[in-house]
Design a protein around this ligand. Structure first.
Ligand SMILES: NC(=O)C1=CN([C@@H]2O[C@H](COP(=O)(O)OP(=O)(O)OC[C@H]3O[C@@H](n4cnc5c(N)ncnc54)[C@H](OP(=O)(O)O)[C@@H]3O)[C@@H](O)[C@H]2O)C=CC1
Ligand SMILES: CC(C)CCC[C@@H](C)[C@H]1CC[C@H]2C3=C(CC[C@]12C)[C@@]1(C)CCC(=O)[C@@H](C)[C@@H]1CC3
Length: 330
C-alpha cells in the first residue's frame, strides 16, 4: 500500500514501546513524517538520534508535552496545528504507573490456583500503588494516561480526519484495565488505596468507544491496544531490571499459557504497528487489539471484545468535556 506523506505523532515516543513503534513505523511507511511528543527535550533528542541511525533520511520533529500538565498540552497542540494540516496516526501512548510494591502474599496464594492466568495476564491485585495530585489539582495517573490525551485530541480536532484522509487514534491501553477498579462517579480514582493505573486504562477503553461514537462520521477512528507485559522503564519501576533478566526463561515457559508475556518492545508493539496497516473503517471499534507472542516466538494480534455500554462511554465523555472546560476558562 502506498503510504506517501503520512504523518504520525507519538506521545511518549522517546522510550519503551513508543520508541519501538516509531522505529517500526519508519520501516513500514518509508515516506512517514514523524513527531515525537515528549516531556523531556534531551531524552527526545537522544531518541531522534537513535531513529536517525537506522533511518538517516527520516523526517523527525520533536514537540514538548507533559500530558499530566494541561497547560503544556494546550501549548503542544497549538504548535502541532502550526506544523501539520492533517494527522494520519495519533498514538496516545505516554503512560505511568505509581507502584510502591508487589503484593507477594497475593502472588503466592494464587500461583497454583485457577486465578493463575488472570493474575499473569492482568497483574490484577498484585501491585500496590500510591496516589499523587498534580499542581493543577488532578490525580496524576489519570491526568497523564487519560485526561492529557483527551485534551490533546480535542485541541487537534480541526486537523484530524481532514480532506478525506482518516485519522487513527491508537491508544496504548492494557489488560490491567479491569472494570472493578473503575467508578463512573469517581473517574479520577481519588482517595483510593490502589487501582489507579487500572482505572486509567479502563477509562481509556471506555473513552475510545465514546470517541468512535462522536467522531467516526468526521473520519476519526479510535482503537485501543494492549502490548502485554513488556520490559520497559515502567516495569523496571516495579521490580529491578536484574530480576526481570533473571526470570527471562520463566517468561518463555509462561507463554505456553499466557501469550501476552511479550517481554520485549518489538513483540509488545505488534498490535500498535499492525493497526497502522489496516483500513480504520474496517476495524471493530469495540475490540481491544492485543499483541501476542507464542512459545515459538511467532507474533500475532489477538482481538478481544470490549463489553462497554454506550451510556457509560457517553457519561465519561461528558464528564471529560466538563472537566476540560474548567481548564479552558482559566
Ligand atoms: N510495559 C508494559 O508492560 C506495559 C505498558 N503499557 C503502556 O504502554 C505505554 C508506554 O509505556 P512503556 O513503554 O511500557 O513505559 P516507558 O516508561 O518506557 O515509556 C513511557 C513513555 O511515556 C512518557 N511519559 C510518561 N509520563 C509522561 C508525561 N507526563 N508527559 C509526556 N510523556 C510522558 C515517558 O517519558 P520519559 O521517558 O520522559 O519518562 C516515556 O516516553 C504506557 O501507556 C503504559 O501504560 C501497557 C501495558 C503493559
Ligand atoms: C514472573 C515473576 C516470577 C513474578 C512477577 C510478578 C508480578 C510483578 C508481575 C506478574 C504479572 C505482571 C504484570 C504487570 C506488572 C508486573 C506483574 C504484576 C502489568 C500490570 C504491568 C503493566 C500492564 O499494563 C499490564 C498489562 C501488566 C500485566 C502483568
Amino acid at each position: 500500500m502506498a503510504t506517501g506523506g503520512k504523518v504520525a505523532i507519538i506521545t511518549g515516543g522517546n522510550a519503551g514501546i513508543g520508541l519501538t513503534v516509531a522505529q517500526r513505523l519508519l520501516t513500514e511507511h518509508p515516506e512517514l513524517t514523524l513527531c515525537l511528543a515528549c516531556r523531556s527535550k534531551p531524552r527526545a533528542e537522544a531518541a531522534r538520534d537513535v531513529l536517525l541511525l537506522s533511518h538517516p533520511k527520516a523526517s523527525i520533529s520533536i514537540v514538548l508535552v507533559d500530558t499530566s500538565n494541561i497547560k503544556s498540552v494546550y501549548q503542544a497542540a497549538k504548535q502541532l496545528k502550526q506544523m501539520y494540516n492533517h494527522v494520519d496516526y495519533l498514538y496516545l501512548n505516554a503512560g505511568i504507573m505509581k507502584v510502591v510494591g508487589v503484593n507477594w502474599d497475593y502472588f503466592w496464594k494464587n500461583l497454583f490456583s485457577s486465578k493463575f492466568i488472570h493474575m499473569f495476564t492482568t497483574g490484577d491485585g498484585l501491585l500496590k500503588e500510591k496516589e499523587e495530585i498534580t499542581e493543577e489539582g488532578l490525580e496524576t495517573v489519570f491526568a497523564t494516561n487519560v485526561f492529557g490525551h483527551f485534551v490533546l485530541i480535542k485541541e487537534l480536532e480541526d486537523i484530524l480526519g481532514q480532506n478525506g484522509c482518516p485519522t487513527q487514534l491508537i491508544w496504548t491501553s492494557s489488560s490491567n484495565a479491569v472494570e472493578t477498579h473503575f467508578d463512573i462517579d469517581n473517574i479520577q480514582h481519588r482517595n483510593k488505596e490502589g487501582g489507579h493505573y487500572s482505572s486509567s486504562k479502563y477509562s481509556t477503553d471506555v473513552l475510545s468507544i465514546a470517541l468512535n461514537i462522536q467522531f467516526n462520521n468526521k473520519g476519526i477512528y479510535s482503537h485501543v491496544t494492549c502490548p502485554g507485559l513488556v520490559m520497559t522503564n515502567l516495569t523496571f519501576g516495579i521490580l529491578p531490571s536484574w530480576f526481570w533478566n533473571l526470570i527471562l526463561p520463566i517468561f518463555w515457559l509462561l507463554r505456553i499459557f499466557v501469550p501476552t508475556m511479550n517481554y520485549d518492545t518489538y513483540n509488545g508493539s505488534e498490535a500498535l504497528v499492525w493497526l497502522s496497516k489496516q483500513q480504520p473503517e474496517s476495524l471493530d471499534a469495540r475490540c481491544k487489539y492485543v499483541s501476542h507472542c507464542n512459545f515459538w516466538g511467532t507474533r500475532y494480534v489477538h482481538q478481544h471484545k470490549l463489553k462497554i455500554e454506550d451510556k457509560t462511554a457517553d457519561n465519561l465523555y461528558q464528564q471529560l468535556v466538563q472537566l476540560e472546560q474548567t481548564f479552558n476558562h482559566k
